[in-house]
Design a protein around this ligand. Structure first.
Ligand SMILES: NC(=O)c1ccc[n+]([C@@H]2O[C@H](COP(=O)([O-])OP(=O)(O)OC[C@H]3O[C@@H](n4cnc5c(N)ncnc54)[C@H](OP(=O)(O)O)[C@@H]3O)[C@@H](O)[C@H]2O)c1
Length: 272
């Protein structure tokens, strides 16, 4: 029997790269995101590569009832789930006072509550089997506080706390929990990201700035994160910092004030 993995946000970017890698490693897949057409494209790509058809379930992770149905459908189809990869997320950038409460909710409800919803729905199955792996894709923004990314960092620090406290509790129950910490990754995340600015020019500059950084050859790829996720699952790691995130974390530990200052200077744009 092949092992199974449920990957949220697997229609593009890091989730899609993770799906392709886990299929290569012999896993059966449950793919989920909100848009069915993009999931179908990934499914077709997997089959063109000679892998078996994944189970596709559309689901908004913000909605606990949709997540419950997702897990029920996956268990009905495969009978068991071995690995959960919590990955669906959105990015948000701008001066703190420009974010509405609705922006805050969009970010926290997706990036943090979305992860809690899947864990809540799947944990009884893992506990009953006394086995299972939960991978939470956090971010370097869940370890290093960054100016102008306050809702995003809040959500990702939440994911870090969720991951580490689950580790503390679930280790004796044979449920492995790991956190993945990528730096900036060249995916298409900007398409769905929340950008806020003081005015149209600030907004445009913020987008352009990030777009330019993403073109730099040193920026890592979704496949680098997929490899980190595989490493965490295969080698039962508690956390994997992806490539350059190691450097960011090391600098923050050594010079916390300086790193906060650098983030302010780099991302402030027109803010005074
Ligand atoms: N890219 C980076 O620089 C970077 C760096 C560090 C950490 N990360 C983290 O890595 C994860 C994946 O990022 P990515 O760059 O691959 O992003 P992406 O290319 O924008 O992909 C996001 C995926 O999540 C899904 N999604 C978004 N909101 C959802 C919702 N409410 N319910 C269900 N699915 C939803 C999207 O599909 P639908 O829109 O169809 O739902 C898509 O499949 C995120 O948690 C992100 O914070 C990314």
């Amino acid at each position: 029997m092949a092992p199974t993995v449920l990957i949220t946000g697997s229609s593009q970017g890091i989730g899609k790269a993770t799906a392709l890698l886990f299929a290569q490693k012999g896993y059966d897949l449950i793919l989920t995101a909100r848009q069915a057409d993009q999931l179908q494209t990934v499914a077709q790509e997997l089959q063109n590569l000679g892998h078996s058809a994944p189970l596709i379930v559309t689901c908004d992770v913000k909605d606990p009832s949709q997540v419950k149905t997702l897990v029920e459908k996956a268990l009905e189809y495969y009978g068991y789930i071995d690995v959960l990869v919590n990955n669906a997320g959105i990015y948000a950038s701008g001066p703190i006072e420009q974010f509405s409460l609705s922006d805050w909710h969009q970010v926290i409800d997706t990036n943090l509550w979305g992860y809690i919803h899947t864990i809540d729905a799947l944990l009884p199955h893992f506990l009953q089997r006394r086995s299972g792996t939960i991978v939470n894709v956090s971010s370097i923004g869940g370890k290093v506080p960054t100016a102008y990314l306050v809702p995003y960092c809040t959500s990702k620090f939440g994911v870090t706390g969720l991951t580490e406290s689950l580790q503390a509790e679930l280790k004796p129950k044979n449920i492995h929990v790991c956190g993945i910490y990528p730096n900036l990754i060249r995916s298409s995340f900007m398409d769905k990201a929340v950008f806020r600015g003081k005015d149209e020019e600030d907004l445009k500059n913020r987008r352009e700035q990030l777009d330019n950084v993403l073109k730099a050859p040193v920026v890592e790829k979704p496949e680098d994160v997929a490899n980190a996720i595989w490493d965490a699952v295969k080698n039962q790691k508690l956390e994997v910092m992806v490539g350059s995130a190691n450097i960011s974390q090391a600098f923050y530990r050594l010079f916390p004030g300086l790193i906060k200052w650098v983030s302010r200077q780099t991302l402030k744009n027109q803010d005074k």
